[in-house]
Ligand binder design. Structure first.
Ligand code: G4F
Length: 323
């Protein structure tokens, strides 16, 4: 039985990945913060359907010794490094802590693996935010990085660290350059879930308006459940490489709003207002991925289209309030 260790197992991606690996017959271990173990109802909520089948370990990305002892105990065959401060807006408010968590945390994980399990296959969660102000559309694995936020900068550094461990120490480290991926398990701070949760509360008469920032930003939005399958496939290849994971379709925040409100029988123009506090000091205006390499080498393709994704999230949030 293969042993997988996931950092960030309590998040959207970690929970889908854990389920996927359990289905494939893996022994799945996850790193969680001690506070999460003390408050499982809230902090381990995404794992609730299958938590009995997981092995959870308390450690912090900010403390090398804690990671070292978990990796030493688990001896993973595959290590998925998903944990990060992943909210772009917050990275502008506290760049220092974002760098500490995302850069040092990644460095600690790679170094633990190098010292303890050098043959372990490692996945690093890169991001389309690394392209930032991209000089070409669509973006591929060859597109230059031009990050526009501390978060994006931290991910470029994590990506470079991963490649360097691959080249310098001959370790199997693959990076996924994942474009935005959403689901009913998405955190409420991200724009898609913010929109669908507000739509549900507006529909029930609990709220009157939805305050948003830049409605014209465009993103390539896919379904997180599809994207975690690509992470696993990357670690089953003969050689470690980097892959863009995307749908190849881009839509604006405004289009997401329009569709989400329509699914609830409402007109977004009656409810959406713009609020300067949700604008970013530097914006990424357009992201659109070209996942041709993933299709050709991994055999990976997305299964959920934009409209289905929006409908899935709106229906989930309407059901949540009705229950
Ligand atoms: O949903 P967002 O916060 O996601 P963002 O910044 O694209 O980042 C997400 O995707 C990345 C992959 O490319 C991940 F690496 C990252 O960790 C995260 O998961 O914002 C999407 C867009 C932005 O252009 C933002 O300015 O929506 C715009 N927006 C407009 N109003 C808003 C809001 N974003 C948020 N979060 N809240 C608003 O009220």
């Amino acid at each position: 039985m293969k042993v997988a260790l996931i950092t960030g197992i309590t998040g959207q991606d970690g929970s889908y990945l854990a389920e996927h690996l359990l289905d494939l017959g893996y022994e799945v271990h996850g790193i969680v913060r001690r506070v999460a173990l003390e408050d499982p109802t809230h902090r381990l909520q995404r794992l609730s359907g299958f938590i009995d089948r997981l092995h959870l370990h308390a450690a912090s990305l900010e403390r090398f010794p804690s990671l070292f002892s978990v990796v030493s105990e688990v001896q993973p065959d595959e290590l998925y490094h998903l944990a990060a401060q992943s909210f772009v807006s917050y990275s502008f408010d506290d760049a220092f802590s974002t760098f500490r968590t995302n850069i040092d945390g990644t460095h600690f994980v790679l170094e633990c693996a190098k010292q303890l399990v050098p043959k372990c296959r490692i996945y690093f969660a890169g991001s389309s935010e690394m392209f930032g102000h991209a000089n070409e559309v669509p973006q591929t694995e060859k597109t230059r990085f031009y990050p526009r936020s501390p978060y994006g900068i931290s991910k470029v550094t994590g990506f470079d660290l991963s490649r360097n461990y691959r080249e310098a120490y001959k370790m199997f480290v693959a990076s996924g350059i994942l474009f935005n991926h959403e689901s009913p398990r998405r955190g409420f701070e991200f724009v898609t879930r913010k929109i669908t949760s507000y739509v549900a509360r507006i529909k029930r008469g609990e709220l009157k308006e939805l305050p948003l920032g830049n409605l014209d930003a465009k993103r390539d939005w896919g379904f997180a459940g599809d994207y975690v399958q690509a992470m696993h496939l990357m670690l089953q290849q003969d050689c470690p490489e980097d892959f863009v994971i995307a749908t190849g379709e881009t839509n604006s925040v405004r289009e997401f709003c329009q569709l989400a409100f329509e699914f609830a029988g409402l007109n977004y123009e009656d409810y959406v207002v713009t609020d300067p506090q949700f604008y970013r000091p530097a914006e990424v205006h357009l992201l659109l991925g070209d996942a041709t390499k993933s299709k050709e080498i991994l055999g990976w393709e997305p299964t959920i289209k934009f409209e289905e994704l929006v409908e899935m999230m709106v229906m989930h949030d309407l059901d949540l309030l009705a229950s």
